[in-house]
Design a protein around this ligand. Structure first.
Ligand SMILES: [Cu+2]
Length: 238
């Protein structure tokens, strides 16, 4: 009876706590708008991990708090000393197996999504060169032979960004696209993204690169094909 009571208290409070956390993350999502194809996959992996963690975290915390009050030290020092023969060992063995399966499952799930993101990177529709330097970004559009201080991307086109740095380490990051790529001096890196929602976003450097690192930003405009071409027709290259 005592054991059943403990089980009800722990599982009950863990359920309530889980529902509370679920409501919190549902009402106040942690991620900004998912504005690229890749973002959907990243969010799926992130949310899968989050929703799996909530009940486990709640159950562990509920058991811990329950144990804190239920198994307080008493004057009877002999109590609980005979751990080797206690029946609680099977719980430990079971949890070892369960957590092993969960960990391997999560690693498999993450690798699966990553494999698909990388496989999608092969045939891009177009290329844009991104030049990073302390503390600004510059974009070169080879098709139009034009340089611009802002990144224009046609919506639903898979674009390969060729990233170069003139000085130190920088990192290309548009939170709404989710993917992030380091930009290195003396080495060319790439990032392939397919923006899916028209709008204005902000590119920020996410690698501490010097005193003005925090202001190393650039505007990113995801526009329709027509508006994209117009940018170059007007000849307002700088
Ligand atoms: Cu930087």
């Amino acid at each position: 009876m005592k054991r059943l009571r403990a089980l009800v208290i722990v599982v009950g409070s863990a359920t309530i706590f889980s529902l509370g956390l679920g409501w919190l993350f549902n009402t106040y999502p942690m991620m900004p708008l998912a504005a690229s194809q890749e973002a959907v996959r990243v969010d799926r992996a992130f949310n899968g991990l989050l929703w799996l963690s909530i009940p486990i975290y709640s159950l562990v915390m509920a058991s811990l708090i329950y144990a804190l009050f239920a198994f307080k030290s008493s004057d009877d020092k002999a109590r609980g000393a005979n751990y080797e023969n206690s029946r609680g060992r099977w719980v430990e063995s079971l949890w070892l197996v369960v957590s092993l399966v969960l960990t391997l499952g999560l690693a498999g799930f993450g690798s699966y999504e990553l494999k698909h993101i990388l496989a999608d990177q092969k045939n891009a529709d177009m290329e844009i060169q991104v030049n990073a330097s302390q503390f600004s970004w510059e974009f070169f559009y080879p098709e139009h032979e034009a340089y611009k201080p802002q990144l224009y991307l046609p919506v639903n086109k898979k674009v390969r960004l060729i990233l170069k740095s003139a000085d130190v380490l920088h990192s290309f990051w548009v939170p709404e696209f989710r993917l992030k790529q380091d930009v290195l001096p003396n080495r060319v890196t790439q990032l392939v993204i397919t923006p899916t929602i028209k709008g204005d976003y902000q590119l920020r450097c996410s690698e501490l690169c010097g005193l003005d690192h925090t202001v190393m930003t650039a505007q990113v405009h995801v526009v329709d094909e027509e508006t994209y071409t117009q940018q170059f027709a007007e000849g307002d290259s700088w």
